[in-house]
Design a protein around this ligand. Structure first.
Ligand code: AMP
Length: 218
C-alpha cells in the first residue's frame, strides 16, 4: 500500500500510521520525525529547519522534498509506505507525483483524517513525546504507566516545543492556509478518502482498517 495520511497537526495521523505499520508492514515516513532527528543531530539541514519548526512554520519545500526523495529510494519503501505529514503544500504534492512516477509508482490513496478544531487543540496540548524512541503519549487519553517516563524505552518524556499554545495556533493557521487546499487537490484527482478521526485511538483504528479493507488494501 502506498498511502498519504493527510490532516491537521494533532489529528492522530502518526499514531494511526504506526499501528498500520505494525499490523501490515509498510514503513511510516514522517517528515516531522526526520526533521526532529536532523535538529537533534545538529546536521546542516537540521540547523536550517529548526527556526521554522520552532515558529510553527513550514520548512522550505526543497528541504523536505529532498528528504522524502532519499527515503523513498530506500529498499524498505519498494513495496509500499505511509507518508505522514508530507505533502503539506501543493508544490510538494506535485513533486511527490513526479518522484513516484520516476520509480514507476503511484499513490494508491490519500486518507484525510477529520477531527474538530477543539479536539485537535486538546490532543496537541496534552501530547508528550519520547525524544529517544519517538513514542507518543497523551497526559489524559494515553498516559504512560509512570508519569513522565516512556513505557517503551524508559526515556524521559517531553512536551515538543511546537506543542506550546502560541505555536499550536501558528501551526493550525499554516495548516489552513497551505495544507488544507490539498483536500480539494486530491479530491479532484479522485484519490481522497475521508476518515472520521474523532474518539479514542482504538475506535479510529477500527474505522481506518475497515476503510483500508473496503479499498481492497488489506
Ligand atoms: P509534524 O511532526 O508533522 O507536526 O511536523 C513538525 C514540524 O516539522 C512542522 O510544524 C514543520 O515545521 C515541519 N514539517 C514537517 N513536515 C513538513 C513538510 N512536509 N513541509 C514543511 N515542513 C514540514
Amino acid at each position: 500500500m502506498r498511502l498519504v495520511f493527510l490532516g491537521a497537526p494533532g489529528v492522530g495521523k502518526g499514531t494511526q500510521a504506526d499501528r498500520v505499520t505494525a499490523q501490515f508492514g509498510p514503513p511510516k515516513i514522517s517528515t516531522g520525525d526526520l526533521l526532529r532527528e536532523a535538529v537533534r543531530n545538529k546536521t546542516p539541514l537540521g540547523l536550517e529547519a529548526k527556526s521554522c519548526m520552532d515558529q510553527g512554520k513550514l520548512v522550505p519545500d526543497s528541504v523536505v522534498i529532498g528528504m522524502v526523495r532519499a527515503k523513498l529510494a530506500e529498499p524498505m519503501c519498494a513495496k509500499g509506505f505511509i507518508l505522514d505529514g508530507f505533502p503539506r503544500t501543493v508544490p510538494q504534492a506535485e513533486e511527490l507525483t513526479k518522484m513516484l512516477a520516476e520509480g514507476h509508482m503511484k499513490l494508491d490513496r490519500v486518507i484525510n483524517f477529520r477531527v474538530s478544531r477543539q479536539d485537535v487543540v486538546t490532543r496537541l496540548s496534552g501530547r508528550r513525546s519520547c525524544p529517544k524512541c519517538q513514542a507518543v503519549y497523551h497526559v489524559d487519553f494515553a498516559a504512560p504507566k509512570k508519569p513522565g517516563i516512556c513505557d517503551r524505552c524508559g526515556g524521559e518524556l517531553i512536551q515538543r516545543s511546537d506543542d506550546k499554545p502560541e505555536t499550536i495556533e501558528a501551526r493550525l493557521k499554516v495548516y489552513d492556509e497551505q495544507t488544507a487546499p490539498l483536500i480539494a487537490y486530491y479530491q479532484q484527482k479522485q484519490m481522497l478518502t475521508e476518515l472520521d478521526g474523532s474518539g479514542g485511538m482504538d475506535d479510529v483504528y477500527g474505522r481506518l482498517t475497515r476503510t483500508l479493507a473496503g479499498l481492497g488494501m488489506t
